[in-house]
Design a protein around this ligand. Structure first.
Ligand SMILES: NC(=O)c1ccc[n+]([C@@H]2O[C@H](COP(=O)([O-])OP(=O)(O)OC[C@H]3O[C@@H](n4cnc5c(N)ncnc54)[C@H](O)[C@@H]3O)[C@@H](O)[C@H]2O)c1
Length: 265
């Protein structure tokens, strides 16, 4: 049989026997990612600053027949990230989700606010990939995934520092992909549009704001966290074996059309 036909396409997304670490697994996109990876067979370490919420995700995974383990981890603390790496060792997949946003005009941002957003969103992601990426590179395999945002590309007033961290994560990951490609480790970012999670609850509480964001995307609505999971499972699995350094938009078409005006057709 031709090699192309003999290939087992049905196992491309299978994660049986793989281990994954999802940081931010207690809420929103991280929780959905942990569920999705477990559903495809991975043993998922669910880490979060809020250990109780990570534990809840694990209980839900186990109730559905999956395998998981909870741990408390603070991405702002190098020792906490090192301790987690020491405890769980090298995983096959790393997914980093936690980020915060301080919505304010740039000219009103204080030093403490600037540092707080940078320290979690950009430096926290760096701390994770430094500790977990080394083991993957030494072993010669792994998939590292971080959540960036459409804000890496397009902005609006009040998103300056957040957008800088999201663009920074993208460029840091492209460099990491270039450094680790020869060592068998793939490195990619996912860029959501607007997703209904606790992070965006402030917007949902404002109908005008919520509706304007829904209308901005081509699909005309917000995403649910589960709608990010296809990209996560794809990038975690052999289905994406030739994908690295990618900026994977999952934005309902937000960045494809400018949306200022729909001409009469
Ligand atoms: N929700 C959206 O509309 C949207 C849009 C674009 C991009 N994103 C990106 O997706 C990612 C996930 O967002 P979300 O909406 O699921 O967020 P979320 O606020 O629902 O969840 C974030 C999780 O991270 C945890 N966390 C916070 N600080 C931490 C720390 N120091 N160490 C470890 N864990 C910590 C929180 O406890 C929480 O469980 C973020 O990077 C965000 O920028 C989200």
């Amino acid at each position: 049989m031709k090699e192309e036909r003999a290939f087992d396409y049905r196992s491309m997304f299978d994660l049986s026997g793989k281990t994954a670490l999802v940081v931010g697994a207690g809420s929103g996109i991280g929780a959905a990612s942990a569920h999705g990876l477990a559903a495809f067979g991975a043993r998922v370490f669910c880490a979060d600053l809020n250990g109780a919420s990570a534990g809840e995700t694990v209980r839900e995974i186990e109730a559905q027949g999956g395998e998981g383990e909870a741990l408390e981890l603070d991405m702002r603390d190098t020792e906490s990230v090192r301790a987690a790496a020491g405890k769980i060792g090298t995983t096959d997949v790393l997914v980093s989700t936690p980020s915060i946003n301080v919505r304010k005009p740039l000219l009103e941002i204080g030093d403490e606010e600037f540092d707080r957003v940078m320290d979690l969103n950009l430096k926290g992601t760096f701390r994770l990939v430094r500790e977990f990426g080394r083991g993957m590179a030494d072993r010669g395999s792994g998939s590292i995934i971080a959540f960036s945002s459409i804000r890496a590309q397009v902005v609006e007033p009040g998103q300056g520092i957040y957008a800088a961290t999201k663009a920074g994560t993208l460029q840091m990951f492209r460099a990491l992909a270039a450094e680790l490609g020869g060592r068998g480790v793939r490195v990619n970012v996912i860029a959501p549009g607007v997703v209904e999670t606790p992070l965006t609850a402030q917007i949902k509480d404002n109908p005008e704001w919520y509706g304007a964001y829904a209308d901005k995307s081509i699909l005309g609505r917000w995403a649910r966290p589960q709608e990010m999971v296809g990209a996560v499972v794809f990038l975690a699995s052999e289905a994406s074996s030739y994908v690295t350094g990618a900026f994977m938009l999952v934005d309902g078409g937000w960045t494809a059309a400018d949306g200022r005006f729909a001409p009469p057709l």
